[in-house]
Design a protein around this ligand. Structure first.
Ligand SMILES: NC(=O)C1=CN([C@@H]2O[C@H](COP(=O)(O)OP(=O)(O)OC[C@H]3O[C@@H](n4cnc5c(N)ncnc54)[C@H](OP(=O)(O)O)[C@@H]3O)[C@@H](O)[C@H]2O)C=CC1
Ligand SMILES: O=C1O[C@H](COP(=O)(O)O)[C@@H](O)[C@H](O)[C@H]1O
Length: 514
């Protein structure tokens, strides 16, 4: 196993250092201005993708960029994101510009068929970026080579670290003390660090490089439409917000079940597992958006302050034995595919006991949410892709005599991808109005015209940190799950199994079917 593979999910092991970390709520780092709205600043001139030969770059980032360019929301054709953007790929592969452009061409191809491609300047903007793009072979952990590369790019440069997290951390540490081009933005993927201490250390490192508002800690689950869909339902209706609290809500379940297997990602996934891959990052962000107090405005300071406040109050609802569960899939049939036992997949080391399904129950210790269980669950190899937040309301305090049947709990289901809303209600039955039955009101929610990474890149290129994770929050997400990580590492919570293609481990009182 190469050193790089060993480092795939690691972070720096350094403890807390002495330099100033990101400012806690209210702003961040030395860039905190206290101003509302995003800092904007000069538009990004160069998007530098480090890790250009990797899966993220070719499968998500470059296609996202192409869709952003083709659908550019900037009304003025002379000033869209592609008007003068330079795309530079860099990595350890011995590629030349032509080889890189082949990768870009392939990744950009789908955008040509998007309806906006026919818009004047639409597809042309994509082709212009593709044809002018270039590649540099570089070992990003070589400080001089990386600094030289940065200075060879037109400023401002957005440096996208599409690298294994430990390599990202090393590259950043090596840049400390070097002069970076003016207004450089750093775009950091998840996982940010490998525990609270390493995330804190990484925050201290990046704070020495650029101001906090120029750091984009990416969580693609925070794409604009995902956030806005929750906010629209919660805050643009009089109905929900007065009942959105412990007096009326019985429980909240955030479920992200995938009908995907390992898909060749053992090098990364076998060291991460479902807890770090999905819950530590994405699902905690979803929880924060679902449960936060209403921001006064949708700007980065208000939004990120509310999110940070909510996560600071969040903790495991009991001991790891009571409030967490882990499982791994065994061989089974998932849809049309036979999935092998996870532990027999190429690149998987069974002794790591990596989980492919993780569940935790959290409490949010605030007046609003005291005592309400928030269950977060994500798994791979499941029979049905199910990606939704379910808010279960408490039963009515009294059901009048004369009505037959049960008033089942009202449930609001907010599904992601595609965005839908379903409200399960108890209503009078057809035929005999004394009988009760369940009915569901459904609606489609707005979907973004951009894929998630198009949204991410729009924020980066516009210099808008609204949807990126602030430094203090990145640390807090590790703090919340630290007891679970420690207990699982010590094998204090059994690793259950479930057949691929099934619904996962059997429901229990703590982890019920909803
Ligand atoms: N892939 C995905 O679906 C998603 C990934 N992410 C995150 O994105 C990041 C990258 O993941 P992913 O693309 O899957 O990983 P890959 O392993 O596919 O790609 C990593 C890239 O980094 C390059 N690299 C490694 N070390 C160096 C070095 N010292 N100098 C230069 N280049 C180097 C690799 O080159 P080489 O191959 O030559 O080693 C490769 O191009 C991770 O943080 C991951 O968590 C986030 C969401 C989704
Ligand atoms: O970051 C990740 O997310 C995906 C799920 O997100 P989606 O937008 O593709 O549905 C997950 O499959 C992957 O393991 C994880 O790294």
């Amino acid at each position: 196993m190469s050193e790089r593979e060993e480092q795939a999910t690691g972070g720096t092991e350094s403890g807390r250092g002495g330099s100033s970390g990101p400012e806690q709520p209210g702003g961040g780092g030395h860039g905190a201005s206290g101003a509302r709205g995003h800092s904007g600043g000069d538009p990004v001139a160069t998007l530098l993708v480090l890790g250009a030969s990797g899966d993220l770059a070719s499968r998500l980032l470059l296609p996202g960029l192409a869709r952003l360019l083709v659908s550019d929301r900037n009304e003025d054709p002379g000033h869209g994101h592609g008007a003068s953007l330079q795309l530079v790929g860099a990595g350890s592969e011995d590629w030349d510009d032509d080889r890189w452009r082949e990768v870009v061409t392939k990744a950009f191809a789908d955008a040509e068929h998007h309806e906006d491609a026919d818009r004047p300047g639409g597809w042309e903007a994509v082709c212009a970026v593709r044809d002018a793009s270039r590649y540099r072979q570089v070992d990003v952990t070589d400080p001089d080579a990386l600094t030289d590369l940065l200075h060879s790019c037109t400023a401002p440069v957005a440096v996208y670290f599409a690298l294994p997290p430990a390599i990202t951390a090393t590259a950043c540490e090596n840049l400390v003390g070097k002069q970076l081009p003016e207004s450089t933005r750093l775009v950091m993927e998840k996982p940010f660090g490998s525990d609270e201490a390493s995330a804190h250390h990484l925050n201290e490192v990046v704070a020495q490089l650029v101001p906090e508002e120029h750091v984009h800690r990416v969580d693609h689950f925070l794409g604009t439409s995902a956030v806005l869909n929750v906010f629209g339902v919660r805050f643009a209706n009089r109905l929900f917000e007065p009942t959105w609290n412990a007096s009326h809500v019985e429980r909240v379940d955030v479920v992200y079940d995938e009908d995907l297997g390992l898909e060749g990602r053992a090098r990364y996934y076998d060291r991460a597992g479902a807890l770090k891959d999905m819950i530590q990052s994405h699902l905690l962000q979803v929880l924060a958006v679902l449960a936060m107090d209403a921001p006064a405005a949708l700007d980065e300071r208000e939004f990120r302050d509310r999110k940070a406040q909510l996560l600071r109050a969040t903790r495991l609802a009991g001991s790891p034995q009571e409030a967490s569960r882990r499982a791994v899939y065994t061989a089974g049939r998932m849809g049309e595919r036979d999935l092998p036992d996870y532990q027999s997949e190429d690149g998987v080391d069974p002794s790591r006991q990596t989980e492919t399904l993780a569940e935790v129950v959290l409490h949010v210790d605030t007046w609003r949410w005291a005592g309400v269980p928030f269950r977060l669950r994500s798994g791979k190899g499941l029979g049905r892709a199910r990606k939704e937040a379910v808010i279960t309301f408490k039963p009515v305090p009294h059901l009048m005599e004369g009505l037959r049947g049960e008033a089942r709990p009202t449930r609001l289901r907010l599904s992601f991808k595609p965005g839908t809303i379903n409200l399960d209600l108890t209503v009078n039955a057809e035929g005999d109005p004394f009988d009760l039955e369940e009915a569901t009101l459904s609606a489609q929610l707005g979907d973004s015209q951009l894929p998630a990474y198009g949204e991410v890149l729009a924020g980066v290129l516009d210099g808008d940190p609204l949807l990126s994770v602030r430094g203090d929050t990145a640390e807090d997400c590790w703090r919340i799950l630290a007891p679970v990580i420690a207990a699982w590492e010590a094998d204090e919570v059994p690793l259950e199994t479930y057949p691929a293609g099934s619904g996962g481990p059997e429901p229990t009182e703590t982890f019920p079917a909803v």
